[in-house]
Design a protein around this ligand. Structure first.
Ligand SMILES: [Zn+2]
Ligand SMILES: [Zn+2]
Length: 344
């Protein structure tokens, strides 16, 4: 009996090895696998249910660290989606998550540090090529006109090359030019059940700096942008379903500063009072009745499990350390908050 089992096991292993060789080393096997895989890779992700507020973390990193895509939070309502910030690499996350780029409605910028805007041209280009039906709206505090005009000018040749290549029917020139919209704090969007509210945060000496709140079907999400814990954020985030807050690990940044050269030591010490410390955000969330707290814009980005453990030191288990591609679903008419499809 034992011999028979061993023989069956050996036969199965040989079969698996032969199958692996067929797929990896023969043209027929590669083509077969390609047909199967491209179908799965190119199919768009399922649209969220009509009453669900969905958040996809397109960029969770800060400039401090060697891994991760920079600040970007996608908020999806049905097919439409909105971005809060457009950090470098964040378009790749949306590609990996198979979110159809043509449904990008607008980008809301929190402030004009490079890590919040350096992926903007990529979002514009990928949504234009995918068939976005209107120019991309880029919304932010005063200063947005200059940022958008600069990117539009820098990418003028790129747009023309693409129009020359693919034709104006496929790429209407006017749709490739981003449109700035200057906003003041308050309700900045209210249509089809979705309300977006801008509010001032404290990222001194950067001013103005905004955070954004999204309300849809009785569910709510606040994205802090870069800030320390500040009263305006406390009132906007009181009782919110999901607070996505920038977070700095004091033990990690202090350890890095202690070993840095004098120049970088000055930079790291300056950074300490300009993002919210993890423990301060956790205490805030507890104090104001936030239902789910998630850290993003991680300062520094944990590169391994040890760093992640130190980052989450003294933080309740319920708090989420976000990663690129992580998804939160808030179904209407319920109190559920699903993290990557699981009840969180
Ligand atoms: Zn900043
Ligand atoms: Zn930043």
């Amino acid at each position: 009996m034992k011999r028979l089992l061993l023989a069956v096991l050996a036969a199965l292993l040989a079969l698996a090895a032969a199958g692996y060789w067929f797929v990896m080393q023969t043209r027929a096997g590669q083509d077969m696998a390609l047909e199967f895989a491209t179908g799965a890779l190119t199919a768009p992700a399922a649209t969220p249910p009509a009453d669900t507020l969905r958040v996809v973390m397109c960029g969770t990193a800060s400039p401090l660290g060697a891994v991760g895509r920079r600040a970007c939070v996608a908020v999806l309502v049905g097919k439409r989606f909105y971005l809060v910030d457009a950090g470098a690499g964040s378009g790749q996350t949306l590609t990996l998550e198979r979110i159809p780029a043509q449904h990008l409605e607008a980008v809301f910028i929190t402030h004009y540090h490079s890590d919040h805007i350096d992926g903007l041209p990529n979002h514009n280009q990928r949504s234009w090529v995918a068939g976005r039906p209107a120019p991309l709206q880029v919304v932010g505090p005063p200063g947005i006109e200059e940022v958008v005009a600069g990117f539009n000018r820098a990418y003028a040749q790129d747009r023309q090359h693409r129009i020359d290549h693919h034709g104006e029917d496929l790429l209407p020139p006017a749709l490739g030019v981003m449109q700035p919209r200057v906003i003041e704090p308050g309700v900045v969007h209210d249509a089809d059940g979705l309300r977006i509210t801008a509010f001032v945060v404290d990222h001194s000496p950067v001013a103005p700096a905004f955070g954004y709140r999204f309300d849809y079907k009785g569910r709510s999400v606040v994205v802090s942008g870069d800030t320390v814990v500040t009263p305006s954020l406390e009132s906007m985030a009181a009782g919110v379903d999901l607070l996505i807050h920038d977070a700095l690990s004091e033990p990690l940044v202090s350890a890095m500063a202690a070993r840095a050269n004098p120049r970088m030591q000055k930079v790291l010490v300056d950074v300490l009072d300009y993002h919210a410390h993890t423990t301060d955000v956790a205490a805030l969330a507890e104090r104001i009745g936030v239902r789910k707290l998630a850290f993003y814009h991680l300062v520094p980005v944990p590169q391994n499990t040890l760093m992640a453990a130190i980052f989450m030191r003294d933080i309740p288990d319920s708090v989420v350390l976000t990663e690129d591609g992580m998804t939160f679903d808030l179904p209407g008419g319920s109190e559920d908050i699903l993290v990557d499809g699981q009840r969180g």
